[in-house]
Structure formats: C-alpha cells, structure tokens
Design a protein. Structure first.
Length: 356
C-alpha cells in the first residue's frame, strides 16, 4: 500500500501593520498578572487577574516588574499598550510567537524579544515566546502561559540578595536576560547528556536498531530549534550593550558584556552538540554496515568450506558404470574421512588467518 504524505498548507494573513493576531498554541482562559514593585527599602508583590492592577505603579520612583501571562487575550494587551504608550508594531510583535529574537529602540522604551527554554516534568522541552519592554523605572514581560525560569530571580528580589534592590530597571533587565541564558546552559547540558548516552548505546549496541534512527532524528530537530532560538540572541545582547538610551547605566554595560560572553559560550556548545548529532547517524550506519559485513564474512566462510565438499560429493554422484572407487571396500567411509580432514584443514587455516 502506497502511503500518501499529507501536504501542509501555508496561509499568510495580510493584515494592516500594527494589527494584533495571536499565532501561538498556548490558549489560556484569563490573563494572569504578577506585579513586583521594589526599591532598596520596600518590597511589594501582587498577583491579579485584572489588567488595570498593572497601571497603579507607573511613576512611583520605584522599580516595577509587571509579568503578564496570556497572549491570546488581545484586549488586555491593547489596554497595556495604551497605558504605557507602546507602539502598535510592538504590540503586534508581542503576540506573534513566531518572531525571531530581536531588539527595537523607541523613544521611551526598549523592546526585546527572546525565547525561553525549559523542561516540563524534567523531560519535555518547552519553547516559549517572551517579550520584554524596558522603560526608565519599569519592565513589562509578556509570556504565553504560566511557568517560567524566574523563580530564583523573584526570590533574590524578595530577600534582597545581591545588588538587585539597589539598582534600577536596567539591572533588572539584565537579571531577566541572565536567568534566560543561565537556563540555556541547563538545557544544553541535558541535551549533551542525551547525545552522549545515545552515542554510548550505539557504540555498545545496546539500543534497538529500529528506534535509534528516530531518536537521532528527534535530537536533530530539537538541536535545530534550540539553535534558532539562541543564535539571534547574540546580536540582541550585542546591540543592547551599544544601545543609545539614557536609562541604561554605564555600570550595567559591564554586566551585559559578561552576558554576551555567556551567550557566545552557549552558541559554541550548540555547534559542538550539533556536529555530534550529525555524526551519530554516520556512526550508526557504520556500525550497522560492520555488523552486516561480519554476517556476510561468516556466510562466505561457510560457503567456502562446503564448496570442495560439494565438489567431491558431486563427482561421486555421477552415474558412470566404470568408476573404480565405487567397488572399493569401505570407500564410503574413506571419502567421509577425507571430507572431514579437508573441513578441519580449511577451518584451521581460516582461524590462523584470523578470519574467524
């Protein structure tokens, strides 16, 4: 039966610029808002379902971090855009989950898009589109759904660990990006372990030959997705360090340079594991070919041993009347003995040649 591959249809909506259209798959019923407002001496946190609760902290001379979960609720995001004077093109990119990581500079804020990678239930890799708007004293982050990698950062803010409570919104921006990049290391290390385990199983022949190509192909796809998510972030951080905005302190640039070094290290690790994954299939095919060669060698040796025996049996299977050996007493046993000696001689010869 011939299988027909289902063709994919690609439809592009030609909407006017600035029109919001959510293109993700993580639908949530209502918007969830996490608000953290702090300075060196005070700290306040609030969780809400009402978008208006995010509007009471602007201009309080404190750093405000508003994290909004739920990109499919376009009306709520539009209200946020009106309150914080966000450009319509920015709002369009916030809900476009297929957008690559980038940075845009506007008069009163920076807009940064990046991808958040983390493991769900320690097994399934999650890709999430995250947008961040950086203002003078506030930061807005937009996520598709609940769940992120910022728990340690929130704990540092609440417990006033480090210097984050003494710095401005620019340092909080760095801390958010640093949390994202640090989690990249965890994801890359996990994939490195998977690749090394699969490589060991292939080499030791401890894996199912039918499942191995699927496992390798799955790793290839995951590595390519990770690469597409991480590589553009190098340019984002590089441009961020050179951004000409008055609300990024000069001291923060040193942290951004360190963050750039980290993302370069992650990129190099991705390239290394990508080459390893690409070589896994070659190694698998080589091992399969070697196994087939071993089987063919054994079969060839068996055939080679039986060729002269078959030749002798063929000669004495002819129906000529005048064959002197046919009248020899115990000739049958002599012939069997000769065939056994020939068999043992050839077997010993192959072993001495290390063909067996």
């Amino acid at each position: 039966m011939k299988l027909k591959r289902k063709k994919k249809s690609y439809k592009v909506k030609n909407l006017p610029p600035g029109t919001m259209a959510y293109q993700g798959k993580k639908e949530v019923t209502s918007t969830s808002i996490d608000i953290i407002n702090y300075n060196q001496d005070t700290y306040h946190v609030k969780n809400s379902k009402l978008i208006n609760d995010a509007f009471h902290y602007k201009g309080t001379n404190q750093v405000t971090w508003v994290n909004i979960n739920g990109l499919n609720n376009l009306k709520d995001i539009e209200e946020v855009g009106e309150h914080y004077n966000i450009h319509p093109l920015t709002l369009e990119d916030i809900v476009n989950t297929h957008h690559r990581p980038k940075i845009d500079e506007f008069e009163n804020y920076l807009f940064i898009v990046f991808k958040m990678l983390y493991f769900k239930n320690d097994e399934e890799l999650q890709y999430e589109h995250v947008s961040m708007i950086v203002g003078e004293d506030y930061i807005l982050t937009f996520q598709e759904a609940d769940g992120d990698v910022f728990d340690d950062l929130r704990e540092r803010i609440s417990s006033s660990k480090g210097r984050i409570r003494t710095q401005g919104a620019d340092y909080l921006m760095y801390a958010i990006l640093d949390a994202i990049v640090d989690n990249y290391f965890s994801v890359i290390e996990a994939f490195g372990d998977k690749i090394e385990d699969l490589e060991g199983n292939i080499f030791m022949a401890n894996t199912d030959s039918n499942e191995t190509p699927n496992q390798i192909q799955s790793l290839k796809q995951d590595i390519l997705k990770i690469r597409r998510a991480i590589f553009p972030l190098r340019e984002v951080i590089n441009r961020l360090e050179k951004a000409d905005v008055n609300f990024i302190d000069v001291k923060t640039n040193s942290y951004l340079r360190d963050l750039y070094d980290h993302i370069i290290q992650v990129s190099e690790s991705i390239d290394l594991y990508r080459e390893m994954v690409w070589s896994l299939m070659d190694m698998y095919m080589t091992i399969i070919s070697n196994k087939m060669n071993e089987i063919m060698k054994v079969l060839t040796i068996i055939a080679t041993i039986f060729i002269p025996l078959t030749f002798i049996a063929g000669i004495y299977g002819m129906n000529f009347k005048n064959m002197p050996e046919l009248q020899t007493e115990n000739g049958y046993f002599y012939l069997l003995g000769a065939m056994a000696i020939l068999f043992l001689f050839m077997l010993n010869y192959f072993r001495r040649k290390k063909w067996l």
